[in-house]
Write a protein that binds this ligand. Structure first.
Ligand code: ATP
Length: 361
C-alpha cells in the first residue's frame, strides 16, 4: 500500500479543468517529484495534498484512509515554500521551535529537538541570528528545519530552490537528497526545472494540462519518454515526423521527410505504416567531417549554423537541407578550444541503430 495515494482527483476553477482525473501513489521514504511547465497544475495538486484546497472529485489517502476531512494543521504533512515564509522578528531557533511549541511540546523537548534539526541542516552556529542576517540558502535551510522539526510523514516542497543562484541550487540539491535519506521522510517535490527533478528523485511524475503524462524513475523518463511531450520537456531533443516502414525484431525502419530512411529501436506497440515521431538526444549524435562515420547506419549531412560553448561541452546546431535544425553535443576533452567546427562548415551527423526513440504520439 502506498503511503500517500491520489485517487482519481480532479479540480476545476470555473471552466478550467486544472487537475484532470489524476491517480498515483507515493511510497513511504520516497523522494517523489512533480515536474511540468508553468500552469500545468503542480501547485494545485500539492495544495490539495496539504489541505489548503480540496478536489472536486476523487480522494486523497494517507495510509489507506481518506484525509480530505482532516484540517491542514492536523495532517502529518508540512510544506516548504519558495518564499521561505519565515517569521522575520524571530531568531532561527525560535522560528524552528514555533511549530513544536504550537503542538504543546515541553520547553526542554523543544530545545533538544531544535538543536538536533539545526545540526541536520548545518545551521547550529546561526541559531541566534535573525532571517535578515542569513543568505538565501541559509534561510531556505531554516524553512526546511522548521518543516521537519516535528517529523511529518510527508514533506511537500514547492519550488524551494527557485530563488537560489545556480551554484547554491546545486549545493542545496545535494543537501536535500542527504536530508531526505537521513530522515526517511517522504518528500513530494514540485519543480518546473526538469534537471532538478532528474538529479534528486526516486520517481518523477511529468505533468501537462492537469494530467500525469508519465510516471517513472529518472533514467526511464529521460531514456524512454512515453510521448512527444515528455521527450521534449525533459532534456533536449530533436523531434521529426516519422512513419514505420518495417519492423525487424528489435529494429524499426522509419521514413522521415527530413532525415530520409533511418533506423530506431523498436517500441512496444509500433506497427507497420504507423505515423509518429523520431526523437534524438544531442548526446546520441556523433558529429564529424563528411564521410567520418561510414560504419554507422544513420547518417545525415548539413552545415554548422551555430554553436554554444558552455565549458564542458559545445552544442552544435546543424542545419540540414530543407532547413531542419539538429543539436549535437561534443565533449570538450581538450582544454582551450571553444569549437572544433566553424560556422558554415559542412559536417556529418550520425547515430547507431540502438539510439533514438520512435514515439506514437
Ligand atoms: P507554476 O509552475 O507556474 O507555479 P503550476 O504548475 O504550479 O504552475 P498551478 O499553480 O497549479 O500551476 O495552476 C494551474 C492553473 O490553475 C493555472 O492556469 C492557474 O492560473 C489556475 N489556478 C490556480 N489556482 C487558481 C485559483 N485559486 N483560481 C483560479 N485559477 C487558479
Amino acid at each position: 500500500m502506498p503511503l500517500l495515494e491520489i485517487r482519481n482527483v480532479s479540480r476545476r476553477f470555473g471552466n478550467l479543468r486544472v487537475i484532470d482525473h489524476v491517480s498515483f501513489g507515493i511510497d513511504a521514504g520516497e523522494f517523489f517529484s512533480l515536474v511540468g511547465p508553468s500552469g500545468c497544475g503542480k501547485t494545485t495538486l500539492l495544495r490539495m495534498i496539504a489541505g489548503f484546497d480540496a478536489p472536486d472529485d476523487g480522494d486523497i489517502l494517507l495510509d489507506g484512509a481518506s484525509i480530505l476531512a482532516t484540517a491542514p494543521e492536523q495532517r502529518p504533512i508540512h510544506t516548504v515554500f519558495q518564499s521561505y515564509a519565515l517569521f522575520p522578528h524571530l531568531t532561527v531557533e525560535k522560528n524552528v521551535a514555533f511549530p513544536l511549541q504550537m503542538k504543546g511540546k515541553s520547553a526542554r523537548a523543544t530545545r533538544a529537538r531544535v538543536t538536533e534539526v539545526l545540526r541536520h541542516v548545518a545551521l547550529s552556529d546561526k541559531a541566534r541570528h535573525f532571517p535578515h542576517e542569513l543568505s538565501g540558502g541559509q534561510r531556505q535551510r531554516v524553512a526546511l528545519a522548521r518543516a521537519i522539526a516535528d517529523l511529518p510523514r510527508v514533506l511537500l516542497l514547492d519550488e524551494p530552490l527557485a530563488a537560489l543562484d545556480a551554484k547554491l541550487r546545486e549545493l542545496m540539491q545535494v543537501e536535500l537528497i542527504r536530508l531526505q535519506r537521513d530522515l526517511g521522510i517522504t518528500f513530494v517535490f514540485v519543480t518546473h526545472a526538469q534537471d532538478e527533478a532528474l538529479a534528486m528523485s526516486h520517481r518523477i511524475g511529468v505533468m501537462d494540462h492537469g494530467r500525469i503524462e508519465q510516471l517513472d524513475d529518472p533514467a526511464r523518463i529521460y531514456g524512454f519518454p512515453r510521448n512527444k511531450f515528455v521527450a521534449d520537456f525533459i532534456g533536449h531533443c530533436t523531434i521529426v515526423e516519422a512513419t514505420v516502414q518495417a519492423i525487424d525484431g528489435p529494429r524499426l525502419s522509419l521514413s522521415t521527410p527530413l532525415l530520409g530512411m533511418v533506423t530506431a529501436p523498436a517500441t512496444t506497440g509500433a506497427r507497420f505504416g504507423q505515423q509518429g515521431w523520431l526523437a534524438l538526444r544531442p548526446e546520441q549524435l556523433r558529429i564529424g567531417r563528411p564521410g567520418a562515420f561510414a560504419d554507422l547506419p544513420n547518417r545525415v549531412s548539413g552545415k554548422v549554423c551555430d554553436f554554444l560553448y558552455v565549458g564542458d561541452v559545445t552544442t552544435y546546431i546543424v542545419e540540414l537541407q530543407g532547413g531542419v535544425r539538429i543539436e549535437a553535443l561534443l565533449a570538450n576533452s581538450l582544454p582551450g578550444r571553444v569549437h572544433f567546427f566553424e560556422e558554415g562548415e559542412p559536417v556529418e551527423l550520425a547515430w547507431p541503430a540502438d539510439v533514438g526513440r520512435f514515439l506514437r504520439d
